[in-house]
Design a protein around this ligand. Structure first.
Ligand code: GLA
Length: 397
């Protein structure tokens, strides 16, 4: 099978039946159900989500599955099929932000966020399996959080809507895990739909499902996972966020979203005293504008015309936001040189994945060129696969 035809990053058997069976093996009883939440790829709109801006992600068909059953003794038992180390057990009423629970902090954080919001959530047995690669800029954390949140919603009959689920999952990550992420990834996991990209206005949380049928146009979006693993918690993400907030305060707006593209020169002039934040502002303002331009081109039935906007977005992230790295730049430059219509890094940055918009007929040559360039540069082999927009979180069994 050609590399770009691989169905997703992990070819291992995966599915609700397997996760159900794994739960039984770990806990010796049947789960109440199995819930699924996808990873995502962001087409465009990077680092705009904590600036009240626009994002345009779509769900991957790679998912995290959560098999779960309630417990009456208030204990939380967490097990992952992907991380060695056995069951992590902690009483739900002993959960507190900052506790070092490793991977288990994500599901535990969701329980904590729900209880902290006054929701009637008690103990739970949870087994998780995931095909979303971790640290690849494809939102494995949000998939984990949202699968857990949906499972708890089902087990405890909470009746939460998708927006509330996303907010609770984000709160788990912000306040319990300690990563100051925006709302994009959790919303993508809860609210994306098959065949669509999701336009999210992060200011008022309005959503629009944007038909995203590359296949019908003879196109595809390749994901190039550089295998450089990033850690958003390492401070650089928080620094960018703080810089954007400082700039907004200086400009007297509640968020950089309020600076329209035509106001950019004036805003940059007003920031003469804060030279370090000017490039951040330039990225956010132009990126919000690029999201609107991408939407216009998709609405006009011209997906090929999206390519240059992706490439311009990468230059902005590399030069102004300064969050790319050698491997991401190599992936983008090589894809473009091999015939991609556009390419950019995707996600938080400092590693992870790039995306490349390619003609079907060029997919193999782009894939081969990227592999060759990585080998020549002495980088680990990247993983290249075609991403097609899959469903948002749902009950799987
Ligand atoms: C990470 C965060 C998101 C978003 C992106 C960058 O994925 O979790 O909230 O800020 O980075 O667009």
């Amino acid at each position: 099978m050609p590399a770009h035809e691989a169905a997703g990053p992990t070819p291992a058997p995966h599915g609700a039946a397997r996760t159900d069976a794994a739960f039984r093996a770990v806990y010796g009883a049947a789960p109440t159900g199995v819930w699924a939440a996808p990873g995502r790829v962001n087409l465009i709109g990077e680092h705009t989500d904590y600036n009240d801006g626009f994002v345009l992600p779509f769900a991957l068909t790679d998912t995290t599955l959560a098999a779960a059953a309630p417990r009456t003794d208030g204990a939380l038992r967490l097990h992952s099929g992907d991380v060695p180390g056995g069951v992590v057990e902690v009483p739900a009423d002993a959960l507190a932000p900052g506790r070092d629970l490793g991977w288990a902090a994500y599901p535990a954080g969701v329980v904590w966020a729900m209880r902290d919001a006054g929701l009637p959530v008690g103990g739970v047995d949870l087994h998780l399996d995931s095909t979303v690669p971790t640290g690849a800029g494809l939102s494995s954390s949000a998939a984990l959080e949202v699968a857990t949140a949906l499972a708890l919603d089902g087990l405890y009959g909470l009746g939460l809507d998708r927006r509330e689920l996303a907010r609770l999952a984000q709160r788990a990550e912000n306040a319990f895990v300690g990563v100051p992420c925006g709302i994009m990834d959790q919303t993508a996991a809860t609210s994306c739909t098959t065949g669509h990209a999701l336009l999210l206005d992060t200011r008022d949380h309005t959503l629009r499902q944007v038909p995203f049928d590359l296949t019908g146009h003879g196109l595809r979006l390749l994901v190039i996972d550089t295998r450089v693993r990033h850690a958003l918690a390492d401070g650089a993400y928080a620094e960018r966020r703080a810089g954007c907030e400082r700039a907004a305060r200086h400009l007297g707006v509640s968020a950089l979203r309020d600076i329209a593209i035509g106001q950019l020169p004036g805003a940059l002039a007003d920031l003469a005293a804060l030279p370090d934040v000017r490039p951040l502002v330039r990225h956010i303002v132009t990126e919000n504008h690029r999201v609107q331009q991408v939407i216009a081109r998709l609405d006009a039935g011209e997906p090929r015309a999206v390519g240059p906007l992706l490439t311009a977005g990468h230059a902005s992230l590399r030069d102004d936001f300064a969050i790319s790295c050698a491997e991401l730049d190599l992936a983008v430059d090589t894809a473009l040189a091999a015939g991609a219509l556009g390419a950019r890094m995707t996600g938080g940055g400092f590693g992870g994945s790039a995306v490349a918009l390619v003609e079907d007929a060029a997919a193999q040559q782009v894939t081969d060129a990227v592999h060759t360039a990585f080998t020549a540069a002495g980088h680990a082999a990247p993983r290249v696969f075609t991403a097609r927009p899959g469903p948002g979180a749902h009950r799987a069994a």
